[in-house]
Design a protein around this ligand. Sequence first.
Ligand code: ADP
Length: 489
Amino acid sequence: MFSSFCAFSLFILMVFWLCFGVFSSNMYFWVMRSRMDDLGYEILLMGNRSDFAEKAESMALNEQSALLVYRIENGEFIQTAFAKHDASSVIHELDGLMLAELYTRASEQDGKCRVRFLRNEQGSIIEQTGVVMPASSRLVTAMVKESGNGGKTMVILDTAVTMPQSFVRVTRNLMLILSLLLFGVSAIISFIVAKRVSYPIEWLNERAKDLTHATEAAWQGHRSFREIEELMETLERAAEELSRVDRMQKELIANISHDLRTPLTMIIGYAEVMRDIEGENNPENMQVIIDESRRLASLVNDLLEISRIQADASPLLQEHFSLSDDVEQTVIRYQHLKESAGYRFHFEGCAPSDVLADRKKVLRVVCNLLNNAINYAGEDREIIVRCLAAGTGIRVEVEDHGMGIPESEIEHIWQRYYKVKQTHRRATVGSGLGLSIVREILDAHEARYGVISRIGEGSVFWFELPLHIVTKLPEECAEAVASFDSAAF
Ligand code: ADP
């Protein structure tokens, strides 16, 4: 940043010097040209004054110009004013022919002509043409105007076309000092600005290298520009999120290894007992092995599902189906599976309940909510499932009369790997992924969902999907549409 600042100020100074070197002489010439025009007019306008000669001469000398004024009467040139600024002026050496030439040219060109003269090596005066302007070149401006008594007045001004060398030297020195000063100041300013910008970025970069281990205190200090502060806050939030995920993943690994080890130990233990001890190979022990294997399978399934969702590998397959009918079928299956364990399921349906959604995934949501209702059911082991009409949608509710969820925990239960601590017991062991799968699926459907829960009374988990009614066209209309389609395409 510092070097680009320096390069920029060097570039500006270069442009500055280039302009001075290349354009200053032209600029000086243009300024002098228009100044001589103005001066000539001013002198011509004073034609009748008694102190004409004196005034005209002092005006010319003020402008570092030589002056000659003639009154022309009957073709005769009578000199009325004269001023010689320095030895290099040429007009005083112009012969009669040249004077007549100037007079003719000025008269033909609207009363004004400009000629550049040069003194050659032999010392005689010649007219100079071309773009190049040597330092010895003189600009001669001749102006002619009618004077009152029938005659004419001609003013001839003679000035240098290039800047005086002493002036050039002084200006050059001044510019050199100014350039050095400017470069020094801009280098200092750019150094300070570059430091102010780059230091916090370097500082941020250092912390960003190890985001997960950056503590809250590590982000304090080094506030500078608003954009950098915002970046700092974003990184701070990212660091918090990363360390939270990091913590949760560690907990998950601990939980999962515990959850995997427990059923495996049970399976191995029961299998060995059944192999080694006579009479232990009975259906009850076999059932334990089957239950524990199922628990393992469901845990592995949950893990696979969540990793698929995370990788976004299973896009939604929208289809049209009756939500109420499918939920009822699911509840009936659960009833068959769990009635031996004393669970009672009630279903309250509604019609119409047509939705356009990913059927498998929506039923996965219902199953996860039912599994939780079973795992956290109350003493009555009663689970109520409802499909209700809610505005323009269908609302599915799964209610249990279990222990409920503390209010402070409700916002966290949808997070991955989250488990309410006190509810963790062997009978209800879970991966902590069930509700996060529910959340991912419902978010993908842009559905509304939530939970109403009271400690000791139970919980109602709910979600809503928009109704999707397909109106059937009368047969003749359907035929018309079909024939239109085939004719057009
Ligand atoms: P888990 O596999 O542990 O059940 P979930 O993501 O399904 O994981 O649920 C997260 C946590 O929410 C559970 O650990 C439990 O504490 C709480 N929870 C979920 N459903 C219920 C419910 N019906 N009643 C009480 N607590 C529940």
